[in-house]
Write a protein that binds this ligand. Structure first.
Ligand code: SF4
Length: 240
C-alpha cells in the first residue's frame, strides 16, 4: 500500500513565549486593563458633571456659579487631604504672577464677577477689557505688560474678588518656587502643579456645558447684556 503523500499543515499554534516574555506580556496586559478602568472611571465622572451642569444651566447664573465653586472647593479640599504632595503647595496671598496670564471662564462666572463688582462698588476698566479682548490664550503675552493683569488684581497683589474667583483660579496650585511662575523670566514648563483629576474634569465639564471664553471677553459680554437689560427696563417703564 502506498502511503498518501505527506500533507504539510500550517502550524497555527505558536510556541509559548519564554517565561520572561510571558511575564512582561502579562504586566503590559495588566497595565492596559488598569488604564482602561481608570479611563472609564474618569469618563464616568465627566458624564456625571456634564449631566448635572446641563440640568442647572438655565438657572440664575451667579447662583449656579456659586454652587459650582462650592463643588470644586469641596473636591479640592478632599483630594488635598488625601495627597501627600499637597502639603508642598506654595501659593500665598500677594503672590500674583498667575493673575497676569489669560484666564478662561464660563458665562455664569462672568455674571457672578460682575454682580460682585457691582455690590462692592467696583468699577470695571472697560477700555482695558476691550484691549485685552483682542488677545487669545496664545497671544496674551504679546500685549503690553501693564495691560496683562487681571482687572480684579489689587495693587497689593491680592485678588479683590477672592471669594468669588473663577474655577480656573481656584484649581491653579503650584508646588514649585513661586518665582518660577513669573512667565517673563521662566518658561511655563518650569512650574510644577499639584492638581486633582476630579477638579480638572469638573472644570472641563463646566467649560464644555456653559461655554468657554477668556475673562475680558466674557465680562464684556455680561456688561453688554446688562446695558441691554437696563434699556429694555427703561422702555418698559416709559410705556407704563
Ligand atoms: S480673579 Fe483674582 S485670582 Fe483670578 S486672575 Fe483675577 S485677580 Fe487673580
Amino acid at each position: 500500500m502506498t502511503r498518501p503523500p505527506h500533507r504539510t499543515t500550517k502550524n497555527t499554534t505558536r510556541d509559548p513565549p519564554p517565561a520572561s516574555d510571558a511575564g512582561s506580556a502579562r504586566s503590559t496586559a495588566n497595565r492596559k486593563a488598569r488604564d482602561e478602568r481608570k479611563e472609564a472611571h474618569l469618563r464616568g465622572i465627566m458624564d456625571r458633571y456634564t449631566e448635572q451642569f446641563r440640568a442647572v444651566g438655565n438657572q440664575d447664573a451667579p447662583s449656579v456659579a456659586r454652587k459650582v465653586h462650592i463643588a470644586i472647593d469641596d473636591v479640592l479640599e478632599r483630594d488635598r487631604k488625601e495627597s501627600a504632595n499637597s502639603g508642598n503647595i506654595r501659593c500665598r496671598k500677594g503672590c500674583a504672577h498667575c493673575c497676569h496670564g489669560p484666564v478662561e471662564i464660563w458665562p455664569h462666572e462672568a455674571a457672578l464677577l460682575l454682580e460682585t463688582a457691582r455690590a462692592a462698588g467696583m468699577e470695571l476698566d472697560q477700555a482695558r477689557l476691550e484691549r485685552q479682548s483682542q488677545y487669545t490664550m496664545d497671544t496674551w503675552r504679546q500685549q503690553p505688560a501693564a495691560d496683562r493683569a487681571c482687572g480684579f488684581l489689587g495693587g497689593d497683589g491680592r485678588c479683590k474678588v477672592y471669594e468669588f474667583r473663577p474655577n480656573a483660579c481656584r484649581k491653579l496650585l503650584v508646588v514649585t518656587d513661586p518665582a518660577l511662575c513669573d512667565a517673563d523670566k521662566h518658561p511655563p514648563a518650569s512650574v510644577g502643579r499639584w492638581f486633582s483629576w476630579e477638579a480638572e474634569i469638573l472644570e472641563s465639564a463646566a467649560l464644555e456645558v456653559f461655554g468657554a471664553a477668556l475673562m475680558p471677553r466674557s465680562l464684556l459680554a455680561e456688561l453688554r447684556a446688562e446695558t441691554l437689560d437696563a434699556k429694555a427696563q427703561s422702555r418698559k417703564e416709559n410705556h407704563k
